[in-house]
Design a binder for this molecule. Structure first.
Ligand code: KIV
Length: 279
């Protein structure tokens, strides 16, 4: 603790959490949500899920680097305790380690985030080693990797076939050996997520994986019940904000139509009030 506040989460502290108390991680895309979540979580991920959640895209494939930098800056600027990690979007890192370095360096320099996340296993190991050796901390992401949706043909669970499970375990090994300081394990059968958690020396952060991962992450809008059209099977809704938003908008509409809003307290009077701060 510093001055009564918990210490800022850093890359070495998060890495050292392997096998300890579960890490609590959520996505954030905007400053107000980051400010609310910052004291409550260990890691805030500016996920490329921003494309689907905020911009209504069907998947994450069309999200670009400028979008990630814009949202990364908003979140990193609002968080002073959680570790802020920004996703490298599809097409900004796969071509070469040099391309990945250029994109990741922009993300860190222009947002103030501490680390980047990128998807892929064995094929990305050289890139992860290149970035890690040059001062860019990397979170890996294996299993159901949404940027490869066109290869998978959907967002279903991975690793049911033994050969695919072996490939995903090898991906996790390669990413950890290359220097990733944590690994998101997404949408795998539970036993595979547990096997990966046992074999890698860095924390695994599960989503649709296993309670035995070293941490958990969810898309915040899913957990808040803000996306009523679709809830992935691995999500537990902790609130029904869609219902709250609807009820609030309905009440506002009723008040406006019946001239109950604005009320006497919500208008400027000719005379300046002495209290209340309104002029
Ligand atoms: O983009 C994202 O939000 C993610 C998490 C679901 C892990 O990658």
């Amino acid at each position: 603790m510093t001055n009564g506040r918990p210490k800022r989460m850093t890359v070495p502290r998060l890495r050292a959490a392997k096998g300890g108390d579960p890490l609590v991680c959520l996505t954030a895309y905007t400053a107000p949500i980051a400010r609310l979540l910052d004291p409550l979580v260990d890691m805030l991920l500016v996920g490329d899920s921003v494309g689907m959640v905020v911009y209504g895209m069907p998947d994450t494939v069309a999200v670009d680097l400028e979008t990630m930098i814009r949202h990364g800056r908003a979140v990193a600027g609002a968080a002073d305790r959680a570790l802020v990690v920004v996703d490298l979007p599809f097409g900004s890192y796969e071509a070469s380690p040099q391309q990945a370095f250029h994109s990741a360096a922009r993300v860190l320099a222009e947002t103030g985030a501490a680390a980047v996340k990128l998807e892929g296993g064995v094929a990305m190991a050289e890139t992860i080693a290149f970035l890690s050796a040059r001062g860019i901390p990397v979170v890996g992401h294996v299993g159901m990797t949404p940027q490869a949706v066109n290869m998978f043909g959907g967002f279903g669970a991975r690793g049911r076939a033994p050969e695919e499970a072996r490939r995903i375990a090898a991906d996790a090994d390669a990413v950890a050996a290359a220097g990733a300081f944590a690994i998101v394990v997404e949408g795998t059968i539970e036993t595979l997520a547990e096997e990966i958690t046992e074999r890698v020396a860095v924390p695994t952060i599960g989503i649709g994986a296993s309670p035995r991962c070293d941490g958990q992450i969810l898309v915040t809008d899913d957990l808040l019940g803000l996306i009523p059209e679709f809830t992935p099977p691995f999500v537990r809704k902790y609130a029904d904000l869609a219902g709250t938003v609807r009820a609030a908008a309905e009440a506002y509409g009723e008040d406006v139509r019946n001239r109950r809003f604005p009320g006497p307290d919500h208008v400027y009077k000719a005379e300046v009030r002495k209290t209340g701060g309104k002029t």
